[in-house]
Design a protein around this ligand. Structure first.
Ligand SMILES: [Fe+2]
Length: 189
């Protein structure tokens, strides 16, 4: 009897670095210059090297964006650094289809996952190697690197979730994560 093995999709992952390889892999980079208005200290941000990379994302979309019932898969590498006293972080988003959830799993580095309900109530979860985070639907999410090395985490999210960055641009999150004496400070925004 012969076993016919199914064929994998062809894209490959490097678990530790978060890098992906394959024809279906998409890449996005966000620099200091592209993050105007995201950090509290806009003067500090505008004085920095605009080309400095804050984070890079690699992901694969095996079905068209917007398809109901599919999944996307990818990794974010969030660099270590600060804008003023505020740690490097992602813009953060609600999902455009609000009730869609997501998984994050941390590979390396240390930081925080900032989670905000639609009413603005905000909390944080510590991200460390091996930490797995379930982000429920209707909860905005942003990651912050509080360590000295890059923080890498994998994510899996529904193919019809989409991203709503505008809602965050308008109101921000309820908490900010700042460099403190010895340990990060989580402050009201
Ligand atoms: Fe998301």
């Amino acid at each position: 009897m012969m076993t016919i093995l199914g064929r994998a999709m062809g894209d490959r992952v490097d678990w530790q670095s978060g890098r992906m390889d394959g024809a279906g892999v998409q890449r996005s980079v966000k620099t200091v210059g592209e993050l105007a208005g995201v950090f509290a200290d806009e003067a500090a941000r505008s004085g920095m090297d605009a080309a400095r990379v804050v984070y890079a994302v690699e992901w694969t979309e095996p079905v068209a964006a917007g398809t109901e019932g599919g999944l996307f898969w990818g990794a974010t590498r969030l660099e270590a650094g600060c804008v003023g006293d505020e740690y490097f972080m992602t813009r953060g988003h609600f999902h455009a289809v609000r009730d869609r959830g997501e998984f994050y799993g941390t590979v390396s580095g240390e930081g925080m996952l900032v989670l905000m309900e639609e009413d603005g109530a905000t909390r944080v979860e510590r991200m460390v190697p091996g930490s797995l985070h379930y982000i429920p639907g209707r909860v905005a999410h942003r990651t912050v690197n509080t360590g000295a090395e890059a923080m890498v985490f994998w994510a899996c999210w529904p193919s019809d979730a989409g991203h709503d960055y505008a809602a965050i641009a308008a109101r921000g999150f309820g908490l900010r994560v700042m460099r403190g004496d010895g340990s990060p400070r989580v402050v009201e925004a």
